[in-house]
Design a protein around this ligand. Sequence first.
Ligand code: ATP
Ligand code: MG
Length: 468
Amino acid sequence: MPLSEKILIVDDERFIRMALGEALRSWGYETFEAENVAEAKKAFDDLEPAIALLDIDLPDGSGLDVLSDIKEKRPNTIAVMITANVDVPNVITALRSGAHDFIGKPVKMEELRVTLRNALETKELRREVKQARIERSRGFSFSEIIGESAALKKSIDLAQRVAVSDIPTILLHGETGTGKDLFAKAIHYASERANAPYLAINCAALPATLIESELFGYEKGAFTDAKQRKEGLFEQAQGGTIFLDEIGEMELALQAKLLRVLEEGVFRRVGGLRDIPLHATIVAASNKDLKKASEEGGFRLDLYFRLSVIQIDIPPLRERGDDVLLLAQHYIERANQKRRGVKLRGLSPEVARMFRGYRWAGNVRELRNVIERASILEDGEMVTTAHLPADLTVGGLKTTDGNSVAFALPPDGIPLETVEVELAKQAMVRTGGNLTKAAKLLDISRDQLRYKLKKSGDYESTAAEESA
Ligand SMILES: Nc1ncnc2c1ncn2[C@@H]1O[C@H](COP(=O)(O)OP(=O)(O)OP(=O)(O)O)[C@@H](O)[C@H]1O
Ligand SMILES: [Mg+2]
C-alpha cells in the first residue's frame, strides 16, 4: 500500500471523524477532516487528496454534491461513501457519479481497510495500463508521419478518415519504404480498436501453408504437426487490426480463402467445422500495382476489388517535394543523439539540391540509411557530397536513353547554367583543384572549364592551388 496518501474525511460527527482518522493514520495515511459540504469542497481544492470518505447527510447539503464536484475536478480521486441509511436511489446516484464503493455505518474498520487497499490498487493498475498504452502507441500516431507536401497530406487525410470509420478492409499501396507499415499502425492506434491487438504477418516471408495456419489457426490433428489446437491471427486479433503485408505475394489458393473470409465475415480453423465470426479490421499492403497484377493473372481480381474499396496510395518520396529535406533534418537530429563531437546542423546546399532531384527508389528508408551513414563518416557540421553513397552522386538516375546521370531534373526545374557550374565545381573539388584533371572529367578543354568557373565567380577559390 502506498504510504501517506492523503485522505479527506467528510462527516458532521466529530467522534466519527476522530475514530476514522485515528485508524487511517495508524495504517499510514495522512488524514484531513471536513464537517460540511462547503468545508469539504474547499479542503478538496486546497489539499487534492487521493481519497475522500464522504458521509451523505451533511448539515448544509449532500455528500453526493461533494462527490460530483470532486469527480468533475479530479476524476481519478477515489471516493468512498459512508452512510447510515444506505438507500437504493442514493447508491445508484453515487455509483453513477463515480463513487468507488459504499460502506455502511457503523464502519467496520477491517472492511474500510480492504476497500481502500483495493481502490488504490485499482487506481495504480489503471495508471499502469494507461501508461503502457501510451508507450505502445508512441511512434505510431499520425503526428509521427513527417511531411508537409500536398501529396502526402492527401494520403494522411484519407487514412485518418478511414481510421475512425468502421470500414472492414483497407488497402495501402506504395513503393518500398514509403511508410506502409507506419500508416497501418497509425490507422490502428487512431481507431477505436487501439486497445485491441495489432497483429502483422508478411505474406512474402512464409510458405502459403504456414500463412494459412497462422491466419486461420487449426484444430488438433488437422495435420501431422497439429498436436494442439491453435488460435490463428483472425482469432487473436478480435476487435483489433490484422496487417497483411505484401499481400501481392500471397498464393492464389490462399487468396481464395481470404476472399471468402472477407465476403462472409467468418472463418474456420484448419480442420475445423465451425464458422467463427471475424471482428478484426484487415489492413493489407502492397508495393505492387494489384490491379495490374490481377489483369496479368498473379492476383485474384475479385479479391483486388474487395480490398481496394478503400485504397490509400502513399506517394513515393520523390513526389513529395521538400518533404525530403524535412525528413533529412529529422534523421539528422536523430543521428545527433548518438553522435560524438560536433553535431550535424543540416545538409550542404549542394546535397539539398541533390536530395530533391534524386530518385529515392528505397524512399524514406533509403534516405534514413543515407543520413545515418553520413552522420558516421562526416567530420564537419554539414552533410556534404563527400560521404554520400556513389548511387546518389553518380548513376542514381537513368537518363531517357538509359545512361546514368548524377542529376535529375527537380520538380520545378533548374537553370541549366547552375547545373554546369555545379558539376564544374564538383570536378574541381574531386581533383583537388587540378584544372587539367577536372577538365578531363568533364570532357571539355581547360580553357572552357576556366571560363565557366570564372563566369560563376568561383575560379579564384576553387583553382587557387592549381600548378599546371
Ligand atoms: N513520412 C514519414 N515520416 C517519418 N518516418 C517515415 C515516414 N515514412 C516512412 N518512415 C520511416 O521509414 C521507414 C520505412 O517505412 P515503412 O517500413 O513503413 O515502409 P513500407 O512502405 O512498409 O516499406 P516495405 O514495402 O519495404 O515494407 C520506417 O523506419 C518508417 O518509420
Ligand atoms: Mg513494410
